[in-house]
Design a protein around this ligand. Structure first.
Ligand SMILES: [Zn+2]
Ligand SMILES: [Zn+2]
Length: 432
């Protein structure tokens, strides 16, 4: 017993959480966890606007490792920055790393001029990958961590860290309800001392998934009956695959094509079937869809298609812009938005005004426009149920949401669960 005491003389167990970004906002998540011996960075995202916006500065040489919850750029887009000098290992599911390959290359291609890194750093990063299966433990000095399914997109994970006798859970982006694509996230059974949770929809409940699917499918069938064509602008990762799967599951009898980065992500999903809930049926569904290959093919693709699934989901660039040009001005057609539309994007403006800029001219869209609330994030009720289900008396840190969502969920934790809860600001540090 005496030995134990001596070992700890002069060093008090320390677990510190610092919030470097993604506080009071959706975008550029970054959380630094420090123990007595080690520093682990959880996510390092980017917010893509006119210029890329990164989280607060973290020195690469101070880090021992980086763990990434999922491939979306608001969680992974800044990671190559840590490969300018001293390469550090990064940890993620293999699906996440493969999808990062697609998204990061595209980002470097599109905004390379504004980025502090180039392909070379991205290459070095890829050489430092460590693929983790869910539940696989990593020991790094006095820190032990593992990943578990977060239900958000293919390969998405929560991070469970144990150090200094304390246990911390970081949810990343979380979905506890069922989707066609991935298994839903479950409340981990362990006791936690701290939980960092997202709050994208902390103040809103989603409509029942089955009902959304049914109305989406009915709307498509209606358009097809009247000889129209349907454009489904969708995020390349997750939503595109899910929409293809939904249409196939409902046996929509139509010629479906898919374009843009969604094709590469389809292939990653085929290669990593573990990341999909029902891989065989899923692969069969996406194999029945025609992929558009290059510009020559794209020009004629619509002649032999009834439905197009193409990114970007918010009609900000991507191959969906080409199909908008072709389909938007005919009243028989339809544009069905299936992703959240950030204010100011082409999709949000279309929903508000019914107009869209085609060939630099703002035009009135004749095609039917409708929004379907498919979401890959837990809604209000699910987030609360998740927190209620956590054992122990964890301190709760609410991030990744508009300010009122972060603040609202923290307040609910204090009032209803009697927990210490806060919506941290960028740069805030807390001792667990
Ligand atoms: Zn995400
Ligand atoms: Zn996110």
């Amino acid at each position: 017993m005496g030995g134990l005491v001596f070992e700890h003389l002069g060093q008090i167990d320390m677990v510190n959480l610092s919030f470097m970004g993604g506080t009071h906002e959706v975008g550029r998540n970054a959380i630094l966890l420090e123990s007595n011996q080690k520093k682990l960075l959880m996510d390092y995202g980017v917010q893509i606007g006119d210029k890329p916006n990164f989280p607060g500065h973290v020195r690469a040489k101070d880090l021992d490792g980086i763990v990434i919850t999922h491939a979306h750029l608001d969680h992974s887009g800044g990671v190559p920055m840590f490969y300018l000098s001293e390469p550090k290992p990064f940890f993620a599911t293999s699906t996440t790393t493969e999808i990062m390959r697609v998204l990061l290359r595209d980002m470097i291609k599109l905004s390379g001029y504004y980025l502090p890194f180039e392909y070379i750093e991205y290459d070095i990063m890829m050489r430092n990958r460590n693929d983790l299966a869910y539940g696989q433990k990593v020991k790094m000095g006095d820190i032990e961590f593992s990943l578990s399914n977060a239900g958000h997109i293919q390969g998405s994970a929560m991070v469970d860290v144990e150090t200094g006798g304390k246990r911390v859970l970081y949810t990343g982006d979380l979905n506890t309800s069922n989707t066609r694509l991935t298994h839903s996230a479950k409340v981990p059974r362990k006791r936690y001392d701290a939980v960092v949770i997202e709050s994208t929809y902390a103040n809103t409940d989603h409509e029942d998934r089955k009902k959304i699917e049914e109305s989406f499918v009915a709307a498509i069938k209606e358009v097809l009956r009247n000889d129209g064509k349907v454009l489904v602008p969708a995020f390349a990762v997750g939503r595109s695959q899910e929409m293809l799967y939904v249409m196939k599951s409902h046996k929509i009898n139509a010629r479906i094509i898919v374009d843009g980065m969604a094709k590469a992500v389809n292939q990653i999903s085929r290669d990593n079937p573990d990341s999909i809930k029902t891989p065989n049926a899923f692969i069969k569904a996406i194999n029945g869809v025609r992929e558009v290959r290059g510009w020559r093919d794209r020009r004629t693709a619509l002649k032999k298609a009834d439905i197009v699934v193409a990114p970007s989901g918010m009609l900000q660039g991507g191959t969906a812009m080409h199909y908008m040009e072709k389909l938007a001005l005919d009243e028989r057609n339809a544009v069905f938005l299936v992703s959240f539309q950030v204010p100011g994007t082409g999709g949000a403006k279309l929903l508000e005004s019914g107009n869209f800029t085609i060939k630099d001219v703002e035009q009135e869209v004749k095609a039917k426009v409708q929004h379907f609330d498919f979401s890959s994030h837990s809604g209000k009720t699910q987030l609360r149920a998740f927190l209620r289900g956590i054992k122990g008396k964890p301190d709760v840190y609410v991030v990744h949401g508009e300010s009122e969502n972060c603040v609202g969920l923290a307040e609910w934790c204090r009032d209803e669960l009697d927990l210490n809860a806060t919506a941290p600001h960028e740069g805030d540090s807390f001792k667990v």
